[in-house]
Design a protein around this ligand. Structure first.
Ligand code: GRF
Length: 201
């Protein structure tokens, strides 16, 4: 699911760079369906180019429950078991999470639990941290609060701007998300309470 630019989606759907492991090649998972709450968003073009089964539905606060019901039906009809959020800009409901008990994954552009919510790269930059990064986590019913699967650190250089920092984080996102999804689909994560542990993370 995505709402915007879709660079993470594009990275996930691209052929893997040599030496890396991406879901299509190495895990039992493959991408089959896509849904957006923003018809016409750039992410949609990437989904179309990869022949995913597409659902577009313009969402307002009033129509979000209807949208989620349509997405659940669309995904279940296409055999979706794990949902990947790629810049999907809404919270998902407990009902939605219950429909996909194997997991809903998200990527967030900070080292959670620091700087949840919108504009996390700028939040971290303005706060003055020396290291930030990105986090892949399971979605729960809070804001960027689910169990952490993987993180990548990005040092803040003295001459960084909020924009240059965001670009560095995005490059790490594109590497981390595919690898983590692949490991998740392969069942490489084990649970210890809230902790999620795999040989790679
Ligand atoms: C990324 O920064 C991601 O971490 C956040 O939303 C942004 C989506 O970017 N959840 P893109 O649409 O994948 O380019």
């Amino acid at each position: 699911m995505a709402s915007g630019r879709g660079s993470n989606l594009a990275a996930l759907l691209s052929p893997p760079p040599p030496g890396s492991t991406f879901p299509q090649r190495t895990s039992p998972g493959r991408f089959v369906a896509f849904a957006t709450d923003k018809p016409g968003c750039p992410a949609l073009a990437h989904a179309r180019a990869s022949d995913l089964a597409i659902l577009e539905f313009p969402v307002t606060r009033a129509t979000k429950p209807e949208f989620e019901k349509k997405v659940i039906t669309h995904f279940l009809n296409h055999g979706v078991e794990i949902v990947v959020l790629c810049g999907y800009m809404r919270l998902v409901s407990p009902e939605f999470l219950r429909a996909f008990p194997k997991g809903v994954l998200n990527i967030h552009p900070s080292l959670l639990p620091a700087f949840p919510g919108l504009d996390a790269q700028r939040q971290a930059f303005d706060y003055g941290v020396k290291i930030t990064g990105c986090t892949v986590h399971l979605v729960d019913d809070g804001l960027d609060s689910g169990p952490i699967l993987a993180q990548a650190a990005v040092p803040v250089a003295h001459d960084d701007t909020a924009d240059s920092l965001a670009a560095k984080i995005l490059a790490e996102e594109h590497k981390l998300y595919g690898q983590t999804i692949s490991d998740f689909c392969c069942g490489r994560f084990q649970s210890q309470g809230r902790r999620r542990i795999s040989p790679n993370h």
